[in-house]
Design a protein around this ligand. Structure first.
Ligand SMILES: C[S@@+](CC[C@H](N)C(=O)[O-])C[C@H]1O[C@@H](n2cnc3c(N)ncnc32)[C@H](O)[C@@H]1O
Length: 280
């Protein structure tokens, strides 16, 4: 029987929501590139185990995780899939999945996703693909986003950890009061100290023109700072529209963000991602 460490816990309906968005996009993507000369790559950088346990009591209740969904894209299957997972037990579960599909090219890496991607090389003249960043919280470094942006080849879906960052950035504190370990973590996520802008006092009101009570403004602001950074890096490859994933009390947990890999794909990929985000 699979234990907790070998699976991932089901967070709530938002877990299915993010996976459905990803799955619909993978389906669109592979079909759209079916007759193109590229080989298709899928990278799941925070891969999990392939199964998500939906019920703590009933250990046998699972839904498919992102890796299985990517393997099962069938109209035009991915030519290669790379799953990166730091946890040893989940990595072992991924090995079992690979053994289930002996005819597929599935590479499993027991590594830190940031380190692996930093050193990742591929012949981008031949390959295009999709990369999914689905961390638990604040594990994605900004330098990893830069690396991916510079590939100019992989469409990127990223879960920005709103709730985890709200906890690092209490609205009532001043930036100089944030403890240095938290500040380092924020610098690593944002790539610089741009998050400190959120605390600047502006007598004209909020930096981002939004209204509402302070907490909500804080949430919108910290996503906006990140979006602005993505926009600078990806230019028109960054999609402004995103999906807010919330818990049952409607508190924001993650912001689901999308960037197009290659300029030539902007029109089609953005329309598809927009459509999925509007209709799902
Ligand atoms: C939210 S879960 C991923 C769930 C998965 N996408 C799914 O649908 O089943 C995040 C996973 O990332 C792994 N992880 C955490 N930090 C990591 C890191 N730095 N590098 C690689 N994997 C990491 C965790 O062990 C966990 O399995």
């Amino acid at each position: 029987m699979a234990n907790r460490e070998m699976t991932n816990a089901f967070g709530g309906p938002w877990t299915e929501e993010k996976l459905k968005i990803l799955e619909l996009y993978l389906d669109f993507y592979t079909t759209a590139l079916k007759n193109q000369p590229f080989k298709l790559l899928y990278i799941d950088a925070f891969a999990g185990s392939g199964a998500i346990q939906t019920d703590e009591e009933e250990a046998q209740q699972f839904i498919s995780g992102s890796t299985r969904r990517a393997i099962n894209i069938s109209d035009k299957p991915f030519d290669k899939l790379i799953f990166i997972e730091r946890n040893m037990n989940r990595y072992a579960a991924l090995q079992n999945i690979r053994n289930e599909f002996p005819n597929r090219d599935i590479q499993i890496e027991n590594a830190d996703a940031n380190d692996f991607l930093k050193n990742f090389k591929q012949d981008w003249k031949q390959w295009r693909g999709v990369l999914f960043l689905d961390p638990f919280a604040t594990e994605v470094s900004w330098s990893t986003i830069e690396t991916i942006g510079n590939f100019n080849a992989l469409d990127l879906w990223i879960l920005f950890p709103t709730q985890a960052i709200v906890r690092l950035l209490p609205t009532e504190q001043k930036p100089e009061e944030i403890n240095s370990r938290w500040a380092d973590r924020l610098d690593r996520i944002y790539g610089d100290e741009s998050w400190r802008e959120l605390y600047r006092i502006n007598p004209q009101g909020d930096l981002f023109g939004s209204s509402g009570h302070q907490r909500e403004r804080g949430v919108q602001g910290l996503i906006e700072v990140y979006k602005k950074k993505l926009e600078l890096l990806f230019g028109s490859r960054f999609l402004r529209k995103s999906r807010r994933l919330t818990n049952s009390r409607n508190s924001p947990l993650f912001e689901f963000l999308f960037c197009v890999g290659n300029e030539r794909g902007i029109g089609l990929a953005s329309r598809a991602a927009n459509h999925i985000l509007d209709h799902l």
